[in-house]
Design a protein around this ligand. Sequence first.
Ligand SMILES: [Zn+2]
Ligand SMILES: [Zn+2]
Length: 559
Amino acid sequence: MRERILIGVAWPYANGPLHLGHITGAYLPADIFARYHRLKGNDVLMVSGSDQHGTPVTIRAQQEGLTPLEVADKYHRQFVEGWRKLGISFDLYTTTDTPNHFEVAQDMFLTLLKNGYLYREKMLQAYCPNCQRFLPDRYVEGTCPHCACDRARGDECDECGKPVSPSELAGLRCVLCSTAPRFEYSEHFFLRLSAFQDRLADWIREQTHWRRNVLGGAWNFLNEGLRDRAITRDLDWGIPVPQPGFENKRLYVWFENVIGYLSASKEWAKSQGDDDAWRPFWQGDARSYYFLGKDNIFFHTLSWPATLMGYGGLNLPYDVPANEFLTIEGRKLSTSRNWAIWLDDYLERYDPDALRYTLAVNMPETGDSDFSWREFLRRNNNELVATYGNLANRVLTFAQRHFDGVVPQPGDLDEPGQRLLQEAASSLDRVDGRLYRCEFKAAIKESMSLAQEANRYLDEQAPWKTIKTDREASARSVYTTLSLLTTLKTALYPFLPFSSERLHSYLGFDGSVKEQGWNAQFLPPGQKLRKPEPLFVKLDEDIVAQETGRLGPLTECQE
Ligand SMILES: [Zn+2]
Ligand SMILES: [Zn+2]
């Protein structure tokens, strides 16, 4: 039975370049999952887009001397290019700055208002007498009460990562003009999250298939008791609040960007020429998966489901496989200190599949994980090149040289050959089960152990020896190994799409891996092979020193 799978991937702020933390947190696992389900023949809709609104974008614009739209467009274009080069296969990647998204978000707002889940209340807000404007939390900075860094923002301290509020910061100042702000009342709309406390708790209790860290995160908030949250901000960039008296305010990004999953699905439907094509992904037995980093667990397990409950008629998330964080060379990733590996930099110098592999095999699914260039080098050279790439290259070039570049006739397979191919089929089943449950790390390890097994088989059979004494035995082992590679490139396709497609072609198949589906395929004897190139490039030791040298420098707030 065909399944319908909606994949929502967190919306990156269009206020700076993408780094490996973004990729391993959300985009790579989402893409692996999407490719797997497409291969299985299921209907997949994977959507996301650039979050073009909010103070992260307006502040960046001010720093770069551009308008918010110019900044957002600039990074949006970079993101789109990054997805293409890394092979992140969205069905639609849009932005929050479209008329369609405005309409869907405002409709959500008005429906929640009508249903009694929104109310107005005055709250104290920093106000700059010099700029004559209210200052959203990111527009004030001061000294962090936790770590004494004197450049903590009003919502979070970048240095220690702790959430703060403006009133906790000493020496508070306006980021635009450095004047000390005063606090004045400003009226905002609040989402009545407290009204959903019991419904959310009942619903989350049923989600026994969620990751433990995600359930733990959600329960932490529930156990504290959900508080109503302001969903509008004093800002002039973003989606207007469709209520009189709120002309100088905008919808809060964390209220509106998650609505983007729905608006993007509608935009995708229109692009398919069927305005209702989004419905099967949002209603009935479709399952929705949301991929994001652990800092977004609150919004996707509580705030967004509450919004959906209040709106009515749409599916709640089926799973929220949030990842933990990635550290870089053993230290917390920090964009402001340039302790980060930027996606564009990586893609300029290295193979996309090597990154996808290194990140997947070490994915922070249950705890934080670390990326180091030494580890990257080792995984690339010892695993991709030596284990998988060489296996393919050895047997493909051998077949070119000794079997006229065609898949040899195997005759009857012997016992070791049959065993290996049975193992390939059952390994594919195990990878299937792992991927179905979003266990990406285990899935890729399972696939690579099949490659190791094939290497052992090939070394034992040694067709380069038997070719001189027993041509039939040589043909049999070459056929068996080529057959195994046919299955292996399928199992690895969700992780390593570029090299899988190349191998698919070297094995003599036409079209794409995707068209052949998720199964242990039959390799026809006599099929013409294509001339192979190495699947992966061996990297030099020197890159470790070169790349770690690009990290930093540290700023004055370092420990
Ligand atoms: Zn701090
Ligand atoms: Zn000011």
